[in-house]
Design a protein around this ligand. Structure first.
Ligand SMILES: [Zn+2]
Length: 186
């Protein structure tokens, strides 16, 4: 088995020897790459294919993603998607996300600032990608997973399941917490 990088249109094999598979096309008995990627000539199965290198991760409905909160407005929080669960590939689609106030908590809330603060790291689920990225944090496992004190930058500790506490400033603040706050394994 050989592997090398190829470009679309590169002649990679002949049909007499290989069957054209993903990432290729055939013309006049020759097999060409149809995408940028790694050429795989599998001599056991007699298959020629091109595997895309680091395909971008396009977010879709239902994906669990990690975000940082950028701003808390009256009816929504704005956030930046930084990673998707289950992959280390970077996000290839828009990372500008919003979390509407009605999609934050299973409990009624009309104050975004009592659920999130700027800089919080949040786990959320994608509920739509068009026309813009919309996130919910309603489930128990969704919500803030890491947060710093706005005054002294100390990492806040969970106090119950709806509050965070700064051990230095001795102040507590409400949050929509994920159920594993303080014990997150990404
Ligand atoms: Zn503090």
């Amino acid at each position: 088995m050989t592997s090398k990088q190829v470009l679309p249109g590169d002649e990679i094999a002949v049909e007499e020897e290989y069957v054209a598979a993903e990432g290729t096309y055939v013309r006049d008995g020759k097999i060409y790459a149809s995408q940028v990627g790694t050429l795989v000539l599998d001599d056991t199965e007699c298959i020629a294919k091109v595997i895309p290198c680091n395909p971008p991760n396009i977010l879709k409905e239902g994906d669990i993603i990690y975000l940082t909160i950028d701003d808390c407005r009256k009816t929504m929080a704005t956030a930046t998607a930084i990673a998707a669960e289950g992959t280390d590939r970077s996000i290839g689609s828009s990372t500008v996300a919003t979390i509407h106030v009605s999609k934050i908590s299973p409990d009624y809330t009309d104050n975004v600032a009592e659920e999130f603060r700027k800089g919080d790291l949040v786990r959320g689920r994608v509920i739509s990608v068009k026309p813009s990225l919309q996130i919910t944090t309603k489930d128990a496992h969704l919500g803030v997973i890491r947060a710093q004190c706005g005054i002294c930058k100390t990492e806040l500790k969970a106090k119950g399941n709806k509050n965070l506490y700064c051990p230095k400033c001795r102040r507590s603040q409400p949050r929509k917490l994920a159920d594993d706050y303080g014990d997150v394994k990404i």
